[in-house]
Design a binder for this molecule. Sequence first.
Ligand SMILES: Nc1ncnc2c1ncn2[C@@H]1O[C@H](COP(=O)(O)OP(=O)(O)O)[C@@H](O)[C@H]1O
Ligand SMILES: [Mg+2]
Length: 268
Amino acid sequence: MSEPHDRSVVLSGVEHRFRARDGEVHALDRIDLALEPGEFLTLAGPSGCGKTTLLRLLAGFMEPSSGEITVGGRPVRGPGPERGVVFQQPTLFPWLDVRANVALGPRLRGAGKAERAATADRYLDLVGLHDVGHLRPYELSGGMQQRAQIARVLAADPDIVLMDEPYGALDALTRERLQDELLTLWRETGKTILFITHSVEEAVFLGTRVLVMSPRPGRIVLDEPARFSSDEAQVPPEELRALPAFTETVARVRGAIQHVEPPPRRAG
Ligand SMILES: Nc1ncnc2c1ncn2[C@@H]1O[C@H](COP(=O)(O)OP(=O)(O)O)[C@@H](O)[C@H]1O
Ligand SMILES: [Mg+2]
């Protein structure tokens, strides 16, 4: 972990509007938010509320219409190696096998052969893909490709990991396993994580802070501390999910989302 105190992420008055063919889409409205190093932020909200837009701005794939985003005090002007992005859809290089995809980050930062192999082993193990490292991405199922993408991003060792509904397409068992593995990795490394999810339980289970965004234009309408993932008590996950404190937090987050969910549109 490098200079953890130089890695605060700060959004000040961040607004975003898209120019669309039929007018303007006001996606984000004055977002003020600070991510402290080592925080695990989870972000939920109705679809179309601007979650992915927020992530793309943090990643530096585009600039906000107004406001500013800084990382470690420096304005974000584009992507950077300290920020890793896990997309909703798996993104892998089809001409490299899975193992070489995972080892790409270490290779790009000039790691030697032994270190590249050790890193690839570690992250292939983490996502349960050790046996398929020799295959090409297109030979894997969608869920396995997604796990490979996660391994590739984590192996590059970014201080800040931005994840856009990374587990949305995975079966329940794989999802729970990867949740636990991500928490272990986070506790060990102190990375800052922003994790977007549709699942309120997942948001509460993983996050040290749970954010809820309103429908367009996206604003943060709930910023709720959660401690379940940082608790060193090591309550087994299935027991944890049954704790009254857990179910109450879930209810509060769900209430915030439902409260802001627009009423169903009438026909005609
Ligand atoms: N490139 C784009 N051009 C125009 N509108 C966009 C573009 N990307 C996203 N939007 C719109 O911005 C809003 C927020 O989208 P998005 O951030 O993807 O929401 P979420 O991830 O919460 O589902 C939506 O109304 C979406 O249609
Ligand atoms: Mg999205």
